[in-house]
Design a protein around this ligand. Sequence first.
Ligand SMILES: [Zn+2]
Length: 344
Amino acid sequence: MISNRTAGPPDQAKLYDRSVSCLEATDPIAVEACPVCCAEQAVPRFEISGCASQLVVCADCGLGRLHPIPDSETIRALYPDYYYGSPGTKFRTSIEKLVRIVGRRQCRFIAKSLTGSARVLDVGCGRGVMLSAMADLGFEVHGTDISKLATQGVDPRAEIRIAPNLSDALYPESYFDVVVIWHVLEHLRNPRETLEEIHRVLRPGGRIVVAVPNFSSLQARLTGSAWFHLDLPRHLFHFPLHSLRRILTEVGFDPGQDYHFSLRQNPFGWIQSILNRIPGLQRNGLYSLLHRNMIDGRPRFGTRLALGFVLTALIPPALLATVVGTVFRRGATVHIEAIRLERK
Ligand SMILES: [Zn+2]
């Protein structure tokens, strides 16, 4: 359903400015079976203001997730129209240009082993940053998303299907050479079902490229409840690297190398997470400032002044920390390319 665009965010609907606090250590509690390891025990870790669910951590595999998982209507309300920015652009102009330059670089990397006629699907394609770059490289590009509004302004060379779940997009079996699911898996109510559907629509020997925030990263461990990439409560699942590799293997993929360097995600994650630790600053205020629609309102004057000084000082250490995270395979975000195997 296409909804009408609203002029801007109402004050009461804070998208990114929600406080997250650590819970005192307790014994594990009973939860629904973990989608990675099926364990039914998890340890409460964080609570989120204005949210009935807590972030709990699987007692066996370490997967973080919201408990309970909010119902579909509650999740839909977390993505109001202004979340998507304007047609074809989510951030302010200079940032959007930067995002697209880095997106093109990522696509060239992903495309290294593809032939020119390859058929590529981007799951949760949004405004199509990757689709556009892939089309420039000569590939046949397809995208799917839950929101028609999110895909407005997408490159006309892409064939887009709007569907609540990937299986509802009704792609034929063994249809794609590559499926990209880039920072989307963590938003889904049932990530295992989606990975199984990706397995079905990929040709044997085809590749899945999956990127998520890394719950076992240095950034996640050192910044705790202030970690920018928690993005609570929109991120329903929080994958440590080993859990991501495990679920891919169980669904029928052969995960290859994992990649930990992301200029698009990781230095910013350090900067915003550190800012989130400073008392009195609006949580994720810098991110709100960069968003096209200035989500959560124009940050307070004190916030803007502090941002100017602190940002300048934080860029060099953030870049250094990004390199350190990469060297130790503990990047704040991670992407894996995995080969689709035949199921036994
Ligand atoms: Zn688990």
